[in-house]
Write a protein that binds this ligand. Structure first.
Ligand SMILES: Cc1cc2nc3c(=O)[nH]c(=O)nc-3n(C[C@H](O)[C@H](O)[C@H](O)COP(=O)(O)OP(=O)(O)OC[C@H]3O[C@@H](n4cnc5c(N)ncnc54)[C@H](O)[C@@H]3O)c2cc1C
Length: 412
């Protein structure tokens, strides 16, 4: 028997649960399905940046954020080859902090909110096919749950399947980064109220990426590294190699003395930056990683997954009210998303792609050490709280960095 819904959401990560939560609350009969059983792990840095924490609080989970075993960070420490920058993070709806919470716990909690709002959740269900009429109208999906194939009807589907391949023909852009993380107990280090980000010489070389140490509230830490696939191709190295060398960096090796790994590291891939993906078509919206919403500099995606889910749900509601699921109507979702995020994505994308070697950024890092306003802007560009082009508002510091860069280039 086919079951009929107003909306089907494929994937119950942050993007899917947010979509289903807001859609169900708005009165849409919503099906949310995931191929996995929950709670489930998802390789991640587990960082909820300030704006992500605000999205979580908007879903009624503000008090849950403050549970004592959760990490709370009030600052970001950035270590580069020559500079050390520290900056307090911008306030959230829930105070001047961000959080470190395992994705196993966060995703289960967000899913609980979607279910309590009225979404019909099916775990262990893998969506296999998007169904359309010959005219292109979406009529639902096909899925399998281990004991056979099933059909679910709906005029609108939201793909929230992360890097999964559901409904991706002509929609998703190829992955352009990979990242690896490992949980440790008893990690040392100077300040557990900060998140620590390292742009090491090894990572700088091919413009690869960065490493991190994020502390939970219970003595554990998430240690990881992310690198671009372009850097892997250039260097002929693999992610494991970058990650292992990161753990051997003298500063980090010191912090890890006496630490104990909880389990082997896990890796996953990412598509950073909004560009190259299509986020809507007739009867279909893409949210979160499926919609290529990861920040181009930091690799942070949970906040954008939640935000895109919230916006997609409002457009699902609008489309149903109009009884119009055409691409022209659903384009409103894309327009709204671009209005909110395009500037920071374009400028971040430009920085990541136009700077061939992050060593060239060292004079800028150094100059920002001495200018608190420029430093705030730089760090907020990293956390996604400000577009990186806002650095143009600090011409003196940019000029100092440029002069220093030229001096070093001439003398080398
Ligand atoms: C190592 C690493 C570190 C990161 N660190 C951070 C960080 O610290 N902070 C941050 O904000 N972001 C971070 N990110 C990015 C972040 O993990 C993603 O942006 C986030 O998971 C996106 O959520 P999502 O809901 O779009 O997708 P996902 O969380 O990937 O969820 C997709 C869901 O879809 C399900 N699914 C897939 N295919 C199907 C199908 N056919 N049928 C049914 N279900 C399906 C999957 O089982 C999964 O549950 C990191 C990424 C990596 C790889």
């Amino acid at each position: 028997m086919t079951e009929r819904y107003d909306l089907i959401v494929v994937g119950a990560g942050p993007a899917g649960s947010a979509t289903a939560y807001y859609a169900a609350r708005a009165g849409l009969n919503t099906l949310l399905l995931d191929r996995q059983e929950f709670p489930r792990d998802k390789p991640c840095g587990d960082g909820l940046m300030p704006h992500a924490a605000s999205e979580v609080a908007l879903m009624g989970l503000g008090d849950w954020l403050d549970e004592p075993h959760h990490g709370k960070f009030t600052g970001l420490s950035l270590y580069t080859q020559t500079a050390f920058l520290r900056q307090g993070v911008p306030p959230t709806l829930h105070g001047p902090q961000g959080y470190i919470i395992t994705r196993e716990e966060t995703d289960a909690k967000l899913l609980e909110r979607a279910v309590s709002a009225g979404a019909d959740f099916r775990s262990g269900h893998r969506a296999t096919k998007l169904r359309r009429t010959p005219a292109g109208d979406v009529t639902g999906i096909e899925a399998e749950n281990g004991s056979g194939s099933l059909r679910f009807d709906a005029p609108l589907v939201v793909a929230a399947d992360g890097i999964g391949g559901f409904a991706s023909s002509g929609m998703k852009a190829p992955q352009n980064a990979v990242a690896r993380r490992q949980y440790f107990k008893n990690v040392g280090g100077p300040n557990h109220q900060d998140i620590h980000v390292f742009i090491t010489k090894d990572m700088n070389g091919d413009g690869a990426g960065y490493g991190w140490v994020f502390y939970f509230g219970d003595g554990r830490a998430n240690v990881g590294a992310g690198v671009s696939t372009r850097a892997l191709a250039r260097s002929g190295r693999n992610l494991k190699d970058y990650f292992d060398r990161f753990l051997e960096e003298p500063q980090l090796a010191g912090w890890l003395e006496g630490a104990e790994a909880e389990a082997p590291p896990k890796s996953w891939s990412l598509k950073m930056g909004m560009w190259g993906a299509k986020r809507y078509t007739q009867g279909l919206l893409m949210v979160g990683d499926a919609g290529s919403m990861i920040h181009p500099i930091s690799g942070e995606g949970v906040g954008y997954a939640l935000e895109s889910g919230r916006l997609a749900a409002s457009w699902a509601h609008e489309a149903r009210a109009r009884r119009d699921f055409s691409a022209a109507t659903l384009a409103g979702y894309e327009k709204q998303l671009r209005h909110k995020r395009a500037r920071e994505h374009v400028s971040g994308y430009a920085m990541v792609n136009l700077v061939p070697n992050l060593t060239l950024m060292e004079p800028l890092f150094k100059a920002c050490e001495k200018d608190p306003d420029a430093r705030r802007t730089l760090i907020e560009g990293f956390t996604g709280d400000s577009p990186i082009y806002s650095l143009l508002k600090h011409p003196k510091t940019l000029a100092t960095a440029l002069r220093q860069g030229i001096k070093e280039a001439v003398s080398s």
